[in-house]
Design a protein around this ligand. Structure first.
Ligand code: PBG
Length: 350
């Protein structure tokens, strides 16, 4: 028995570290910057970043968002200016979020379907000015409703199928305006299939869908709700449609469904507290997988830096690498322009 085992070829992968100290010293590969970089397993590139931006009505308007230091709401003209600069710094895609004027909000969010609404005008004008910038648009009703929910509400209940009937029309309006990627963030069941079918039927075969497949009911969205002005309207939570933070297997079921319905890419949201989900989704499905470094995560870094607790740029870069290590192909982050600058400095240093 022992003999036979010995004569068999060694099928154990040679990659397993078998050495021991002092012949093996792990620190040898860490002694200089050049060798650390040469053996780095993961890296961050500016093309991994998507910059989410908030758009308001008007001309030459920009206003700070108190809970998101360094982030502004901008009118379309100033958004184009900011995106041009970001594009010059290597950022290739932006995610648009409209700040809808109060007078355009209704119970049913019908402004979402207006082909001349703020979102659709922004898409057209940005595409016109910056045809090479990838434009990703949010599909959900919360910026347009007087109750701040992502779907239609009846007797306090969020209606699924009736909402899906609106969401596919909202998606079509965005595709017609020129959106490259439709990104439904509403978490209704069956919306990816309905959106994909209507895009196909209307000739938008090439419009991509990035599904917010595993979106958790998270307290880290607080600053975003301030930014788009939906927070003050929202009187209850979103726990009947967004996922329970206690669940992980359920995220795999969500992703599987969305892929079967026609999603090209999937999103996990929030980001840093859900690295395990990113990792499992990527391992299981091998599909382009995105992380959303959400408003609350961004605000925490800013606040900690402001308080003198940590270095913002370094902590940010480490956070982005963590996403890449977990398996994310790309990251949505409000800090994209800051990271682009850090990457430029790094490459200038050589
Ligand atoms: C709503 C939407 C939210 C975010 C993106 N789209 C908030 C929510 O679900 O209430 C959050 C983004 C962030 O916090 O940065 N459809």
């Amino acid at each position: 028995m022992l003999m036979r085992q010995k004569s068999q070829p060694n099928v154990e992968p040679e990659t397993k570290p078998t050495g021991s100290y002092p012949r093996t010293r792990m620190r040898r590969l860490r002694q200089k910057g050049w060798i650390r970089e040469m053996v780095a397993e993961h890296s961050l590139s500016v093309s991994d970043l998507v910059w989410p931006v908030f758009i308001t009505e008007g001309k030459n308007q920009s206003e700070a968002i108190k809970s998101m230091p360094g982030v502004e709401r901008r009118s379309i003209d100033l958004t184009i200016k900011a995106l041009k600069e970001a594009h010059d710094n290597g950022i290739q895609a932006a995610a648009l979020f409209p700040v809808v004027p109060e007078e355009n909000k209704t119970m049913d969010g019908r402004e979402a379907l207006n082909p001349d609404n703020l979102m659709c005008r922004a898409i057209r004008e940005i595409k016109n000015a910056l045809p090479d910038m990838g434009i990703i648009t949010d599909v959900a009703l919360d910026p347009y409703t007087t109750h701040g929910h992502d779907g239609l509400v009846e007797d306090g209940k969020i209606l699924n199928d009736q909402t899906v009937d609106i969401l596919y029309q909202q998606s079509l309006a965005q595709a017609q305006a020129g959106a490259d990627i439709i990104a439904p963030s509403d978490m209704m069941d069956g919306r990816i299939g309905a959106i994909r079918d209507s895009l196909e039927n209307d000739g938008f075969h090439d419009t991509m869908i990035l599904s917010y497949a595993a979106k958790y009911a998270s307290s880290f969205y607080g600053p975003f709700r301030d930014a788009v002005g939906s927070g003050a309207h929202l009187k209850s939570d979103k726990k009947t449609y967004q996922m329970n933070p206690a669940n992980a297997d359920e995220a795999l079921r969500e992703v599987a469904l969305d892929i079967s319905e026609g999603a090209d890419m999937v999103m996990i949201k929030p980001g840093l507290p859900y690295l395990d989900i990113i990792h499992r989704v990527k391992e299981t499905f091998k599909i382009p997988t995105f992380a959303y470094h959400v408003s609350g995560e961004y605000a925490m870094l800013k606040a900690a830096a402001e308080y003198g607790c940590l270095d913002y740029d370094q902590a940010l870069f480490e956070t982005m690498l963590a996403f890449k290590r977990a398996g994310a192909d790309g990251v949505f982050t409000y800090a994209a322009p800051d990271i682009a600058k850090t990457l430029q400095k790094k490459s200038a240093k050589g």
